[in-house]
Design a protein around this ligand. Structure first.
Ligand code: FAD
Ligand code: SF4
Length: 349
């Protein structure tokens, strides 16, 4: 068991952690609750990823193959950990499939849950067929056809509403989900590529295409693909008499009310804490931070740690995170788990 790390969750973070553990000569047992590996980008059918522009199924698919072909990695799909006994260097996990796993360390790479737009009813999701989420729109982009779900017509105008389920104190989501401005600027370009006659508008509070994403996504989307960015506060989405949707609110730059017809409205949904986190906290004995994400042990000196020794975390389990940073954090958590385990075993022997 001193040579095995249990990795829970097979998204970008967990796949990266697993590859780094086996690269150091240790073994991995991976436990994933879904039928397929790859996490949100695969389970939700993302289209082209930012910033690489690669299709999610290819980019994350390579990470999945690397782990599935690794003789030192055993994978349990459709499984969860139901009990964890022991301590750092000597854990025993009971799985929902009846198996028992002995491991010296645990990496929680259990990610996030997409915000459910039903919790923002005034913006029309669940009421109107042509109100979609970014994940649904990404699936449409992957299918190569942009059409209104209600009647199959090609949309003249698409509105993307930012910060749906993020930066919204009224519904208890105080955080910024970090990647949705960039994902939306990219999505606007993808829509235009497939459907050049469709105009795309992005309604925003602030634009947070941080770092190198500013020119590659924000400016490119505006200048080359003619995406229109409108600073606004959206009050509601309703139906118009002619079967279209009306986006109502206030243009906050000119301080005027706006009522604009659209064919499709897209919610740029944010990243909630994993809905399993209360259960994960109980089973693994780790703390959660105030919003419900997994609590980091100490920001600077134990950045991959949790509040329990021998249990590490990474990626969107800690906070809204990008794929690139989730992969880096997964690598760091895997390396840290192996280093601590090595020191423990050497001390004991
Ligand atoms: C609409 C949208 C588009 C996005 N597009 C991009 C993009 O283009 N580029 C980018 O950098 N980022 C993008 N992101 C962010 C991206 O989804 C995350 O950065 C990434 O998925 C985080 O990886 P992760 O491995 O930490 O978590 P996840 O991808 O959430 O993976 C967690 C895994 O753990 C499993 N799991 C959860 N709970 C348990 C449990 N109790 N037991 C066992 N297994 C469990 C899950 O099934 C899942 O497979 C996007 C986000 C959204 C909302
Ligand atoms: S990244 Fe942009 S859309 Fe997403 S929550 Fe932050 S400001 Fe809102």
């Amino acid at each position: 068991m001193g040579d095995t790390v249990l990795v829970v969750g097979a998204g970008p973070a967990g796949l990266s952690a697993a590859a780094n553990v086996t690269a150091a000569g240790y073994k991995v047992v991976m436990v994933e609750k879904e039928e397929v590996l790859g996490g949100a980008p695969i389970l939700s059918g993302y289209a082209r990823l930012v910033p690489s522009g690669e299709w999610a199924k290819d980019a994350i698919g390579r990470m999945v193959s690397r782990v599935e072909e690794d003789a030192n990695c055993t994978v349990h799909k459709n499984a969860k950990v139901t009990q964890l006994d022991g301590e750092a260097g000597n854990f025993t996990a009971t799985l929902s499939n009846g198996e028992t796993v002995k491991a010296g360390a645990v990496v929680l790479a259990t990610g996030f849950t997409h915000f459910d737009s039903i919790n923002k009813p005034e913006w029309g999701f669940g009421t109107y067929e042509d109100v979609l989420t970014t994940t649904q729109m990404e699936q449409m982009v992957s299918s190569g056809k942009i059409i209104c779900p209600s009647d199959g017509r090609v949309p003249e105008r698409v509105a993307i509403l930012l910060c749906v389920g993020s930066r919204d104190r009224q519904i208890g989501r105080e955080w910024c989900s970090k990647i949705c401005c960039t994902v939306s600027a990219n999505l606007a370009m993808e829509i235009k590529e497939i459907s050049p006659g469709t105009d795309v508008f992005i309604y925003y509070m602030d634009i947070r295409t941080y770092g190198l994403y500013e020119d590659k996504f924000y400016w490119k989307s505006q200048e080359e693909f003619k995406t229109k960015f409108v600073k606004a506060r959206i009050a509601e989405v309703t139906a118009s008499g002619d079967g279209r949707l009306l986006v109502k609110g206030e243009d906050t730059l000119v301080k005027r009310p706006i009522v604009i017809p659209f064919d499709i409205v897209v919610h740029a949904i944010g990243m909630d804490p994993n809905e399993d986190n209360p259960e994960i906290s109980r089973i693994f004995g780790v703390g959660l931070e105030k919003h419900g994400f997994i609590e980091r042990a100490e920001h600077y000196t134990n950045t991959c740690g949790t509040t329990r020794r021998g249990i590490y975390s990474c990626g969107a389990a800690y906070a809204p995170e990008t794929i690139d940073d989730s992969i880096s954090q997964g690598a760091a958590a895997g390396a840290r788990a192996v280093a601590d385990l090595h020191a423990l075993v050497r001390k004991a022997g």
